[in-house]
Design a protein around this ligand. Structure first.
Ligand SMILES: [Zn+2]
Length: 342
């Protein structure tokens, strides 16, 4: 991004309801795509935000996500032409992502990191996402109870026959289709958007609540790498669903939450199970290894983030709990010894 981007944000701002600059690189307003909302005119769930050197737009109501350039085009097409011209003169292409036009202007090394932008909605084979599923579908009723943020619905899928679906991707993964059943499927994507693993979560009391299927063994088993900014603090949970409630959340789908490649950026968030020997032993290892760890306050009943949401806690409250209960080193050891119940 450069001064042209910020100039054009000010130029379109009078046309954006409830426009506010929140920080140097974060602007908030009512989404011009979904109206946000016709019932409550004070709602403002659209954000222009920065990832590396590029500005993007995201609405947390309708899940619209696009580049700054596309947003300007949507709001004012003649202003968009001027924006394109001005960027061209500066040797920047019109896509608003800081790319340089070949041969134009100054050549500087370009280290811009391209975040995948799903111009078309992400897909997983023929599966329907929960954003597409009919409201009266029985799986939708269970899904809605999880209270997941709206922008996550596009990339979580309803899989009617999990065994059969999986066998088509991994030959003979389930030797028998007996007992095949529907699951909620969450894909793990590389930062290019390509799916390298997925987790199937049971809707009912099937024997295995979670089944994780690996498609590419060579890729680190981390959920959310396509959505986070790895230069900032990363919040690491066991369950992908828990991570979706946090900004810059990732999940590892196992109780060992350590992520050596992000060790100094990671805050590990174990489940709140002071009586679970396996979890307690893991936390001890995290602390010994020098990680920052969240040790949930005594008296907190819920066992994970999704439970906290379900019991009515607000996301901001949970984030505050995380910030005020993150420890490392000696302090972590003291707090941990008071917390564990085994
Ligand atoms: Zn919207």
């Amino acid at each position: 991004m450069n001064y042209i981007d910020t100039k054009y944000i000010s130029l379109i701002s009078p046309r954006l309801r409830n426009f506010r600059k929140k920080t140097d690189y974060l602007w908030n307003f009512s989404c011009p795509y979904c109206g946000d909302s016709s019932k409550n005119r004070s709602k403002a769930r659209g954000f222009i935000y920065r990832t590396k050197n590029d500005l993007f737009y995201k609405c947390h109501n309708c899940a619209m996500g696009t580049t700054l350039a596309k947003l300007i085009e949507h709001v004012d097409s003649s202003l968009f032409k001027e924006y394109t011209m001005e960027r061209y003169k500066e040797g920047l292409t019109s896509n608003g992502r800081g790319d340089r036009t070949p041969g134009a202007a100054i050549k500087k090394p370009d280290f811009t990191f391209k975040k995948p932008v799903f111009n078309t909605k992400p897909k997983f084979g023929e599966l329907k996402s929960f954003a597409e599923l009919e409201n009266n579908h029985p799986a939708m009723q269970i899904f809605l109870k999880r209270g997941l943020p709206r922008d996550a619905w596009n990339d979580i899928y309803y899989c009617p026959n999990f065994f059969e679906f999986t066998n088509r991707l991994v030959k003979n993964k389930f030797p028998s289709l007996e007992g095949d059943h529907p699951r909620m499927v969450i894909p793990f994507r590389k930062d290019t958007g390509e799916i390298f693993a997925y987790q199937g979560r049971a809707f009912g009391n099937e024997p295995q609540k979670y089944i994780t299927i690996i498609l590419d063994k060579d890729y680190p088993k981390i959920f959310g790498l396509d959505r986070v900014d790895p230069s900032k603090t990363l919040y690491v949970t066991e369950g992908p669903i828990d991570s979706l409630f946090l900004n810059n959340g990732i999940a590892v789908a196992q109780s060992d939450l350590r992520v050596p490649q992000f060790k100094h950026k990671a805050v590990l968030i174990p489940d709140n199970e002071p009586r679970n020997k396996q979890i307690v032993n893991q936390i001890e290892k995290f602390i010994e290894d020098g990680y920052s760890v969240v040790i949930w306050p005594q008296g907190l009943e819920e066992k994970d983030i999704n439970d906290m949401i379900l019991s009515g806690r607000k996301v901001d409250e949970i984030k505050m709990l995380i910030h005020s209960n993150t420890h490392s080193g000696l302090q972590a050891r003291t707090v941990f010894n008071n917390w564990k119940r085994i």
